[in-house]
Design a protein around this ligand. Structure first.
Ligand code: F6P
Length: 553
């Protein structure tokens, strides 16, 4: 445990409060740029990605940041023992103390085979052996060597999982579609809403479909129910239980439950309890990704994350890209009262990236109890949201530009498109929007400018933009597997940094439990006739109304 409970106790926090008091209202970003021609160089950082030999440029200069701010934020990180916590994570210490577990997803992408241990036992061999199994299996499926029970090649892969067992695979397969074997049709079934599995099955043929049942615990109600439905559907045609071995594999830590479900141990890809669900795309949970884009690309994806891990581990805090990202988030949340954080990828392939980051950020830092067990005296995890731009510009960006809320935003783009349509014209238009949005948010438009354009007096206020809205711009060369791996790891370490400062445990998720327990109880009530229940009047009323409408009452 660190030597503090509340981050507000730290002297750097107090210094930041004073700094904010003097600076806060006087920050005018565009004036910072006018006064300091070197501001862009000063506050942007370049990440050299050894995975694909490309760079990723992170421009933090359009943030509420002076040299003093950065040095105070770094001081805050030091006082909060960020480096110690980070080093403990990389040493495999049980930093997820409420579950007494290491937080070791970084060991899954240890492509340089550095010694890594949990409880004094090396994990490198086990990680590599699962990767080897994934390589062999994914190659067999892609080449057609792996055959269904009637001897046909697999054409459809259905990943059944939810939360981290869904969002990572679905986001990454979408993001890296350009690398995919397009003869394979991928489905990702997560929702317990029967529509989800029904729609996937409608388009599939049992003879050529492979199910990946992805669940760390193998007890998640949605996943097990969907997997049983899939099994029934499959057996209606196949008739023979022994055919299951050709069509169902499990990605899980729970061998006992996997076997009970009827999946052979040979067809299980394992991982350990030190892999949190929202950090599991790097593990066996990523098998759908390896099948779709090929194992070499999957390996490059791991290597990109590993390169970012090394950067996070070894770079001084002032230069450390995810540390700066995380500290800025704390700065906005706790000193400027920002409640949200927008991530807008200017990239259609990244359309599920914000959804993925929502789980990463909000399941990690949606906590209110410090590591010493006290209720926090400050705001923690922001509400992360996003959509791909330019679409988002035509929907909710109005609120960013002229609303009353401060919404720090990250904009992401690649210089090179995988689809350079019309000689790159589309990409240039996309980039012009990427650049224009952060510029517009910063410079705004004064009433004088509006008047000079001839706007009638009554409209001047309506057409004015206050500006001074902070953004971070992230420019990759291309969204390669290596770049995506690095970007995800960037956000993981941003989340880690935030949690370290707030002194919360970013690695458990007790908050999801209560709803699960109540749903189980209510499910029983829904399956028994009559009105009886001991809920509040609203829940009872709704329950009975549902039963009546669905003819269960
Ligand atoms: O209920 C939340 C959660 O535990 C997530 O943390 C996790 O990613 C998801 O459910 C799925 O869990 P599992 O992989 O065990 O099915």
């Amino acid at each position: 445990m660190p030597g503090f409970s509340q981050a507000t106790e730290l002297s750097a926090w107090k210094a930041l409060q004073e700094h904010h008091n003097t600076l806060g209202k006087n920050i005018v970003l565009k004036e910072y740029f006018e006064k300091d021609p070197k501001r862009f160089e000063k506050f942007s950082r370049t990440f050299q990605n050894s995975a694909d030999n490309n760079e990723i440029l992170f421009d933090f200069s359009k943030n509420f940041l002076t040299e003093e701010t950065l040095s105070l934020l770094v001081k805050l990180a030091k006082e909060a023992n960020l480096e110690q916590l980070r080093d403990d994570m990389f040493k495999g210490e049980p930093i997820n103390f409420t579950e007494n577990r290491a937080v070791y997803h970084v060991a899954l992408r240890n492509v340089t085979n550095q010694p890594m241990q949990v409880n004094g036992k090396s994990v490198v061999e086990e990680v590599n052996s699962v990767l080897e199994h994934m390589k062999e299996f994914s190659e067999q499926v892609r080449s057609g060597e792996w055959k269904g029970y009637t001897g046909k090649k697999i054409k459809t892969v259905i990943n059944i999982g939810i939360g981290g067992s869904d969002l990572g695979p679905v986001m990454v397969t979408e993001a890296l579609k350009a690398y995919a074997d397009r003869n394979l049709t991928m489905h990702f079934v997560s929702n317990i809403d029967g529509t989800h599995i029904a729609e996937a099955l409608k388009e599939s043929d049992p003879e050529t479909t492979l199910f990946l049942v992805a669940s760390k615990t193998f007890t998640t109600a949605e996943t097990i129910t969907n997997a049983n439905t899939a099994k029934k559907w499959f057996l209606e045609t196949a008739k023979d239980e022994s055919a299951i071995a050709k069509h169902f594999v499990a990605l899980s830590t729970n061998e006992e439950e996997v076997t009970k479900f009827g999946i052979d141990k040979k067809n299980m890809f394992g991982f350990e309890s030190w892999v949190g669900g929202r950090y599991s795309v790097w593990s066996a949970i990523g098998l759908s990704v390896a099948i779709y884009i090929g194992f070499d690309n999957f390996h490059e994806f791991l290597a990109g994350a590993h390169a970012m891990d090394k950067h996070f581990q070894e770079t001084p805090l002032e230069q450390n890209i995810p540390v700066i990202g995380g500290l800025l988030s704390v700065w906005y949340s706790d000193f400027f009262g920002a409640q949200t954080h927008l991530v807008a990828p200017f990239d259609q392939y990244l359309h599920r990236f914000p959804a993925y980051l929502q789980q990463l950020s909000m399941e990690s830092n949606g906590k209110a109890i410090t590591r010493s067990g006290d209720y926090v005296k400050y705001t923690t995890g922001p509400i992360l949201f996003g959509e791909p731009a330019t679409n988002a510009q035509h929907s909710f960006f109005q609120l960013l530009h002229q609303g009353t809320k401060l919404i720090p935003a990250d904009f992401l783009i690649a210089a090179e498109s995988h689809n350079p349509v019309e000689g790159g014209k589309h990409q240039r238009m996309l980039a012009s929007n990427f650049l224009a949005q952060s510029e517009a948010l910063m410079i705004g438009k004064t009433p004088e400018q509006v008047k000079a354009e001839g706007a009638p007096e009554a409209l001047v206020a309506h057409k004015t933009f206050l500006g001074n809205r902070p953004t971070t711009s992230i420019l990759a060369q291309k969204i390669t597997p290596g770049a995506l791996g690095a970007l995800i790891a960037y956000y993981e370490h941003v989340t880690f940094t935030e949690g370290a400062i707030w002194n919360i445990n970013s690695f458990d998720q007790w908050g999801v439990e209560l709803g699960k327990v109540l749903a189980k109880k209510i499910q029983k009530e829904l399956e028994t006739p009559g009105e009886g229940s001991d809920h509040d009047a609203s829940t009872s009323g709704l329950l009975f109304a549902f039963k009546k409408k669905s003819k269960l009452a």
